[in-house]
Design a protein around this ligand. Structure first.
Ligand code: ZN
Length: 166
């Protein structure tokens, strides 16, 4: 799946679960992009060297799209912030789940090399576009969406304001 589908799904799910928290939503959205660090063409793959290296060693949608990676990265986040580990796991898991809906699927049980995919959604196809638009509409037109993003923006502005010395 493309970055907008992952970002909107992660933001919507964590918004529903945890309410308007800029930090939680940012962590979940970041996590939702990280599995694609295994391909230089992705949003997360724009950092130098690492994506090409991972892609050469493991290939696309293998190690970074696995239950193993989900657990290891979530535990790593938990050592830094136990409160944010669940948001990370949700964001990361959403990416893997969405990629499982495509025909290619993912190597979910890596290092076991079986591919898990359903073929319900074609990557970048019309249903992915419609799904992304539906989520965008939910987040911008619904009372819930407007409240979530207004409150998130308010909290973010308050947080940034508190960082500026008076
Ligand atoms: Zn992916």
């Amino acid at each position: 799946m493309k970055a907008p589908a992952n970002i909107l799904t992660a933001a919507t799910v964590t918004g529903f679960m945890f309410g308007p928290s800029p930090v939680t939503i940012t962590v979940a959205v970041t996590a939702s992009l990280m599995p694609d660090i295994d391909t230089p063409q992705s949003t997360a793959g724009r950092i130098p060297i690492v994506p090409s290296l991972i892609n050469t060693i493991f290939g696309h949608r293998t190690a970074t799209h696995s239950l193993t990676a989900l657990i290891i990265t979530s535990l790593a986040v938990k050592t830094v912030s136990p409160e944010l580990a669940l948001a990370w796991a949700i964001g990361y898991g959403i990416h893997i789940l969405l990629d499982m809906l495509t025909p290619q699927g993912v190597m979910f049980f890596w290092p076991y090399s079986a591919w898990v995919g359903t073929g319900i959604l074609k990557n970048g196809g019309i249903f992915e576009v419609l799904y992304t638009l539906a989520l965008a509409a939910l987040n911008t037109t619904s009372v819930w969406g407007k409240t979530l993003w207004t409150e998130t923006a308010k909290k973010l502005i308050e947080h940034v304001g508190s960082l500026i010395p008076s």
